[in-house]
Design a protein around this ligand. Structure first.
Ligand SMILES: [Zn+2]
Length: 138
């Protein structure tokens, strides 16, 4: 009964043997493609939908590529260039998630982001980076 599943798994393994496979850049390309498809569909701009399809083709080309070195270099470049943006997005997500437990403040002197547990009342916040002290209500 599981015979066809095993056959499918084996043929998938054969197809992917020596191929590059998925990576973070491909995931990003697919997400952009999804967003562009959505915008293209909502605005009725056929050109955007075609561009989104081209991105999917690009993602498949990269995934099935046998030139692992080139694909790894592309992925590394993507990760390096988007590092700050990805880090900022991650931190924003984290702050949003913890909004109920913490107040977030920026140090008036060095702009370091600091957090104070909610519900502690009036506190003197000491910056962990520059030592600046300031009053806040949390
Ligand atoms: Zn500071």
């Amino acid at each position: 009964m599981n015979d066809w599943k095993n056959k499918l798994r084996a043929s998938a393994a054969r197809l992917m043997a020596g191929r590059y496979g998925p990576d973070q850049l491909n995931l990003a390309i697919l997400m952009v493609s999804l967003a562009v498809t959505l915008i293209g569909t909502l605005t009725g701009l056929r050109l955007l939908v075609i561009a989104a399809d081209a991105l999917i083709v690009l993602a498949f080309f990269r995934m099935l590529s046998r030139n692992r070195e080139a694909r790894m270099a592309e992925n590394r470049r993507y990760l390096t260039r988007t590092y700050k943006a990805r880090k900022a997005a991650g931190e924003w997500l984290n702050r949003t998630k913890n909004r109920r437990q913490y107040h977030y403040y920026k140090c008036p002197k060095c702009h370091e982001r600091l957090r104070v547990p909610r519900g502690v009342g009036n506190v003197t916040v000491t910056c962990r980076k520059c030592g600046e002290k300031f009053e806040k209500k949390a």
